[in-house]
Write a protein that binds this ligand. Structure first.
Ligand code: NOJ
Ligand code: NOJ
Length: 579
């Protein structure tokens, strides 16, 4: 595998003169250089106001060893274990709970008065900040919650949810057919009448077509499973070729299949590059799309989609950075000063984009390594990171933002970023889904890659094999080279599901999941309302009030928690609550 720096231009800036010579030192601090470095300098361009000078260099560069080391993981301040009652009560599927409020607030933001049918407002905040738009991403993540509720709802309540979902499908189809789309189906945002938002913006954002298709395909599967008509799914959800005014899915899937390798803006709408988040949700869309097309008898389309999904899968592994031991959130030059390489987008990526095929599952050791480093990534940044317990002394998980260097405070980008509710919640959901994944797998294998995760989150359990300890696989040693990092993982120890250590590790995941949610609870005001962010120093809500996506993320985490607890009736009970 060739990891060489995928960058064609590096900007240099004057640093200092070199005493006693007429040389100057010019350096670069804004480039993304991969661990095997730069292999060739082709030319040098000097650009001043009145002159441009270019010299052909063509020098071969021998990459020196990267001096970077991985971030150090601190000693854990707590060892929460198992699910806690405070969080169970907070999320109870009963009137008056936070989960009930989240559900009702989420539905309030679908089809607000005067908005077009099928649209979702990002937040009913009409100025400072103006979030009164239908964002393709936020809408799809919201409707994905609606489809989960649809799937679990008692029969007599399904119709109302199905109507919202068919309305959403039609709205998406209408967006696709507008002739003045500037950047094709990656157009990120629409006015509330579902006309295109035309002012300048970070576009295209090619995660949108994928997550829109995912939500609608989940719905299609649930609809068919509940005995709904397959031909209705074809005409009102899937078949854009024959029903372009109603059915958006096929068109979005073909767009993804055709353009996935093109750079686009990330989910934070800030940088055009190759993003892990975008790529993994696109991968899931195509995997699901191939299965749906096959179900509907469209074998030719199924073929195209699965071929592209496989091609995409091969590129996903390139996001692993063996030096930093994290999945990079993007492939390309460092922009926005994101030198930490930490971005919660990686966690959101697997939550929204895991295709169920083993590629970057919640138990993947590269993801676990990324998760612990993301968890620690904001400790030096937020004042409230030093608060480790609630008023009853129960552990609080670290508050999580988008990325440590963020300068968006919910209103302007010349400020300091804050923890986000949805980012902190995503760490909780990750923990629950990892617990579920390991239980399903029936064992936990700790590797050299996942060792830092386990030694932070479950220090009670040895991460290396010891005499007479649980069954361990043979230990061997090698020096990892980038070429090997994909295929060879250094196994340290395996705990089978009947061992006591396995139970302790699972309980640690559950306990930390709850600790992350406890942080969200701790910084949620009395009235239970979730804004976009909470202040880095005071913990007070900040940014758009009642952000639809905050509520959606709380609900998907609550669903994952209920599943991890074996509470099969949770979503149904929540669905049956009258708002
Ligand atoms: C608004 C976007 O939604 C936000 O993510 C971004 O940070 C700012 N614009 C600046 O681009
Ligand atoms: C800013 C976020 O960065 C972006 O992800 C989101 O889509 C918009 N706000 C709307 O909520």
């Amino acid at each position: 595998m060739d990891l060489s720096t995928p960058l064609s231009v590096i900007q240099l800036g004057y640093d200092s003169s070199i005493v006693g010579t007429n040389w100057e030192l010019w350096t670069s601090n804004n480039s993304y250089i991969n661990s095997d470095g730069i292999t060739r300098l082709t030319s040098l361009t000097y650009r001043a106001t009145d002159v441009t000078y270019t010299e052909q260099l063509n020098v071969t560069v021998v990459a020196s060893d990267p001096t970077l080391t991985t971030s150090t993981i601190p000693v854990p301040y707590a060892t929460p274990t198992g699910f806690s009652n405070d969080i169970s009560t907070w999320l109870a599927p009963k009137a008056g709970s936070e989960a009930a409020l989240a559900k009702s607030k989420l539905f309030t933001n679908i089809e607000v008065p005067d908005a077009a049918k099928g649209t979702v407002i990002a937040a009913q905040s009409y100025s400072h900040p103006d979030y009164a738009y239908h964002w393709v991403r936020d809408a799809s993540l919201t409707m994905d919650v609606v489809q989960s509720i649809y799937a679990a709802a008692p029969g007599n309540m399904k119709l109302k949810y199905a109507n919202l979902l068919f309305g959403y499908a039609a709205a998406r189809a209408q967006e696709q057919t507008q002739s003045s789309l500037e950047t094709g189906l990656g157009e990120p945002k629409f006015n509330l009448d579902n006309s295109i938002f035309t002012a300048s913006w970070g576009r295209p954002q090619n995660d949108g077509p994928a997550t829109a298709a995912i939500a609608l395909m989940e719905f299609a599967n649930a609809y068919i499973a509940a005995g709904g008509s397959v031909s209705e799914i074809r005409t009102r959800v899937y078949d854009s070729a024959t029903h372009p005014d109603q059915a958006p899915v096929l068109k979005d899937l073909l767009f993804v299949a055709r353009y996935w390798s093109a750079p686009s803006f990330d989910l934070w709408e800030e940088e055009s590059a190759d993003h892990f988040y975008t790529r993994i949700v696109q991968h899931r869309a195509l995997v699901m799309g191939a299965a749906l097309a096959r179900l509907l008898g469209d074998s030719e389309i199924a073929e195209i989609l699965s071929k592209e999904a496989s091609a995409m899968a091969r590129t996903l592994t390139q996001f692993w950075d063996p030096v930093r031991q994290i999945l990079l959130y993007e492939y390309g030059p460092v922009v926005h000063g994101k030198y930490s390489y930490i971005d919660v987008a990686v966690i959101l990526g697997v939550i929204h984009g895991y295709a169920g095929d083993g590629l970057y599952s919640f138990t993947d050791d590269q993801l676990l390594s990324s998760a612990v480093r993301i968890s620690m990534g904001f400790n030096q940044v937020f004042g409230i990171s030093s608060i480790h317990a609630d008023n009853e002394g129960r552990a609080l998980g670290p508050p999580i933002g988008r990325y440590p260097e963020d300068t968006y405070d919910g209103l302007t980008t010349s400020a300091l970023g804050n923890p986000w509710y949805l980012a902190t919640i995503s760490m909780a959901e990750f923990m629950y889904r990892a617990a579920l994944g390991f239980k399903k797998a029936g064992s936990i294998t700790i590797t050299a890659t996942s060792e830092p995760f386990w030694s932070y989150f479950a220090p009670q359990v040895p991460t290396h094999s010891q005499i007479d300890n649980a069954k361990s696989v043979p230990f061997w040693w090698f020096i990892a080279t980038p070429e090997q990092n994909d295929s060879v993982r250094l196994h340290l120890i395996t705990y089978d599901s009947d061992s006591i250590e396995f139970s302790i590790l699972i309980a640690a995941l559950e306990g930390w999941g709850d600790a992350f949610l406890r942080t969200v609870k701790y910084y949620t005001p009395e009235d239970g309302r979730l804004a976009e962010e909470f202040n880095r120093d005071t913990g007070a809500p900040q940014g758009a009030a009642d952000l639809t996506w905050s509520y959606a993320s709380l609900l998907t985490a609550a669903f994952a928690r209920a599943e991890a607890m074996g509470d099969a009736g949770y979503v149904e009970q929540l669905a049956a609550l009258i708002d």
